[in-house]
Design a protein around this ligand. Structure first.
Ligand SMILES: [Zn+2]
Length: 327
């Protein structure tokens, strides 16, 4: 069986939230989707699937929704349901900040102290909610600078699932809110398989135990799909996906030609990886949004694809403290 990590970022419906208490409909919808899939996936693989739910608890949540623990406080029934099902919980953080003058949220990557504060505040809230430190972590908005990694470690994180191999710095992105004060992290040369990061460079595997941070990095599954899809349907894939060069994440929310092709690409990525595993991330987008519809179509198709027999949706901590060796 192949360890598979389905990361679900539990956050407000809009990337750029406004001020006002309202439930996160995308969260309820993601729970429904997962519940519908539990039976068919268990039947195919012989093991009950468990995704990992990464909760947003950073300062912008308090500014817009009135409390840091809004995700858990307002949706207590959903959280208790997931806990009873035996799913795993982690922390998801954005460096969003409220612009008081203009009345909108923006991303402040230029202020590293703010980015670190977002992690600390969110981790403390996580502990208050769940009675333990957040061991599993995903930073939003393609961001993972060294001081944020050190702050994560102080906060108790041992497994990070942020890295999106091949992704160059982004200057504008819906996840940034209105704008960003600086570009995101350059993930283009980051490893494509799990590793323990060097103390001097989170994008490089440690050379030995002494050099290793007490952390396992689990990059999202990536693949050079541009090459494979080159001849697909007379360039349809290129029109849908742009012209990717080199490996990029197989994100479920992208516009893939069709579900079968998508899961074929995932199968290839697994078979060609020195460490067979899958890690994919989605956010709790509202059900009527295009990304949510794409994600739903791909996940609902999964039990029909042969790869579903081999996937065990499990806890990312199976790769902690040491990820499987590569040879
Ligand atoms: Zn996010």
């Amino acid at each position: 069986m192949i360890p598979a990590f389905l990361c679900i970022d539990v956050e407000h419906d809009e990337h750029a939230p406004a001020i006002g208490d309202r439930p996160w409909e995308g969260f309820a919808s993601a729970v429904e989707l997962v519940d519908r899939l539990r039976g068919p996936l268990a039947e195919r693989s012989g093991t009950a699937p468990h995704p990992t739910w990464f909760f947003r608890m950073d300062p912008i949540v308090e500014r817009c929704f009135g409390r840091l623990d809004f995700a858990v406080h307002r949706h207590r029934d959903l959280v208790e349901h997931l806990s009873a099902r035996g799913d795993f919980f982690g922390l998801h953080v954005h460096s969003l900040r409220w612009d008081e003058e203009r009345g909108l949220p923006y991303t402040d990557y230029a202020d590293i102290d703010w980015a670190c504060r977002c992690v600390t505040v969110a981790a403390d809230t996580f502990e208050q909610c769940f009675g333990r430190r957040p061991e599993r972590f995903r930073h939003g908005g393609y961001f993972l600078p060294e001081p944020v990694v050190d702050t994560m470690l102080e906060a108790g994180v041992v497994a990070d699932l942020t890295v999106e191999p091949g992704v160059a710095p982004q200057y504008a992105d819906p996840s940034f809110g209105a704008f960003s004060t600086a570009p995101s992290t350059d993930f283009s040369a980051f490893p494509r398989r799990p590793y323990r990061p060097s103390r001097s460079d989170v994008g490089r595997p440690a050379v030995d135990d002494e050099d290793a941070r007490p952390l396992v990095m689990i990059p999202l599954t990536s693949y050079d799909y541009g090459k494979v899809l080159d001849g697909f349907a007379r360039g349809l894939a290129k029109r849908l996906l742009g012209r990717p060069r080199g490996p990029l994440p197989l994100n479920l929310w992208k516009a893939w030609p069709d579900p079968r092709t998508y899961w074929d690409l995932v199968s290839r990525a697994i078979d060609e990886s020195p460490v067979p595993y899958v890690s994919m991330a989605i956010r709790s987008d509202p059900p009527e949004s295009l990304p949510a519809q794409r994600v739903r179509a791909l996940l609902e198709y999964l039990p029909n694809h042969p790869i579903s027999k081999r996937l065990e949706f499990t806890d990312p901590l199976v790769f902690w403290p040491v990820p499987p060796a590569t040879c």
